[in-house]
Design a protein around this ligand. Structure first.
Ligand code: SIN
Length: 479
């Protein structure tokens, strides 16, 4: 079993580590070895966490913003001081290569730093009243207790991106991380404790009964706001559940990112951009390229260069420094990818490189498919694996029609040099985030979020606090 000072094996509620009668195993997707046995929390513990957050709310929300910021800054410093250990833990439970895991830890920490600073800049407003005896004043206040459900693909950063905004706004927080990757969340809780974040302000409940725990977090009357990162289907169910108590919700859901290569693109740059955007985290991010659209006149050049770059990637154990693609999260994730590839090949796509891997049950080779059409299942669904389908197009209009022909609207990418085209395409793409000659777009300063069925709300940036604040209007009369 894995040993580390940051390895915690029970939920963190009201500043206490909880142990329960039953346990579940957390395993390493590289070889299925058991990393830890973790106390299995359920409904009772989730309710306890909400109550703890409710009790802590008064003290935390009334602290001056600069005092909250100082505690958050300490939390940030501790996360960065422990970056190597946190990254190793993350690679072990999630599989991503160590360099990517280290990147996720600093990415995750950057939200704590960013929002610690932004929390000091929550401004109100005054407005022109309709008569002289009145004044209109707007103040902003924390929404209250925030509940979150976060995914396994970013076991650290998807928590801090929500928790840091919530805490900076003066809210308290309860998160249920994915049961596949709870150890990074618990390590974050340990560091929040060391930083002096008061008991009950940041709570982590870990357990396998996602449905029952989700029910508590989406229906409990003391939860004012619910936030989720995960699939669109699960998000829809959670939104419905939140309706029963009319909670504020923000949702970061699935994507189907087009990556468009126009004939005026720098092809070498486009190849590099497509590789990083497609194969980051073995293709398991919501913003990963899902469909590569290439203009016919540059199709041959792009495809040949792309296949060479993909074949240079090394698949293996994330702890090995030479590896740049780790295992996928589970065998069921592999099965879904296999099925999408089989359907594409049956429908006329061609396998240029990759396919099933002999390395182990959770491995799939970085794969490229040619002759894909937008009607195939692989183009309509979020692949969430290391497979790049290439679709060709003739005109700008056709590229836009294909790119927007999806219910998703999270991220899109395109490579072009003509400035008129850059504006036309940027404005016409129906996606919340656009990478223009760039394959990696996520950072704390930028608003992360989607349109259409990819969700609502924005995380990070100056807009990220809005989802955790109420606007209150004060009408002052008798003046
Ligand atoms: C996600 O996959 O949900 C997040 C990816 C990112 O933050 O870049």
């Amino acid at each position: 079993m894995y040993q580390s000072n940051l390895l915690k094996t029970g939920s963190y509620i009201n500043g206490q580590w909880l142990s329960s009668a039953t346990y579940f195993e957390v395993t390493n997707p590289f070889d299925n070895s058991v990393l830890a046995n973790v106390s299995n929390a359920g409904v009772t513990e989730t309710e306890q966490a909400v109550v703890a957050a409710k009790i802590a709310l008064r003290g935390w929300s009334q602290k001056p913003a600069n005092e909250r910021a100082l505690l958050m800054r300490k939390w940030f410093d501790l996360v960065m001081k422990n970056q190597d250990e946190l990254a190793e833990l993350l690679t072990l439970e999630q599989g991503k290569p160590l360099a990517e895991a280290k990147g996720e830890i600093s990415y995750g920490a950057s939200f704590i730093e960013w929002f610690a600073e932004e929390g000091k800049r929550i401004y109100g407003d005054t407005m022109q009243a309709p008569s002289n005896d009145k004044r209109i004043v707007v103040i902003k206040q924390p929404v209250g207790v925030v509940a979150a459900i976060t995914p396994w693909n970013f076991p650290n950063a998807m928590i801090t991106r929500k928790a840091a905004a919530a805490l900076a706004a003066g809210c308290t927080f309860v998160v249920r991380p994915a049961a596949l990757t709870p150890l990074s969340a618990l390590a974050l809780a340990e560091l929040s404790k060391q930083a002096g974040i008061p008991d009950g302000v940041f709570n982590v409940v870990v357990g396998t009964d996602s449905r029952a725990m989700g029910e508590v977090l989406t229906t409990h009357p003391d939860v004012a706001k619910f936030t989720f990162t995960g699939s669109t289907n699960v998000g829809k169910t959670l939104i419905k559940q939140c309706a029963s108590t009319v909670k504020k919700v923000s949702m970061e859901l699935g994507g189907n990112a087009p990556f468009i290569v126009f004939d005026d693109a720098d092809i070498n740059a486009a190849v590099q951009g497509a590789v990083v955007s497609k194969y980051r985290n073995a293709g398991q991010t919501c913003v990963c390229t899902n469909r590569i659209l290439v203009q016919e006149s540059v199709l041959k050049e792009f495809t040949e260069k792309f296949v060479i770059a993909v074949e240079a990637l090394t698949l293996g154990n994330g702890l090995d420094h030479a590896v740049n693609i780790g295992p996928m999260i589970s065998t069921s994730a592999i099965d879904e990818v296999k099925q999408l590839v089989a359907l594409s090949l049956n429908a006329g796509a061609r396998l240029l490189t990759g396919g099933v891997s002999e390395q182990g049950s959770c491995f799939y080779q970085p794969t490229v498919l040619a002759d894909v059409t937008n009607e195939m299942a692989i183009a309509a669904n979020e692949i969430f694996g290391p497979v790049a389908p290439i679709i060709s197009f003739k005109t700008e209009q056709e590229a836009l029609q294909i790119a927007n022909d999806t219910e998703y609207g999270l991220a899109a990418y395109f490579y072009a040099r003509d400035i008129g085209r850059v504006w036309r395409i940027s404005e016409a793409l129906e996606f919340g985030m656009i990478g223009i000659n760039e394959g990696i777009i996520s950072n704390a300063a930028a608003p992360f979020g989607g349109m259409k069925q990819s969700g609502n709300g924005r995380e990070g940036s100056k807009y990220g606090l809005d989802d955790y604040l109420e606007i209150k209007y004060l009408c002052m009369g008798g003046i």
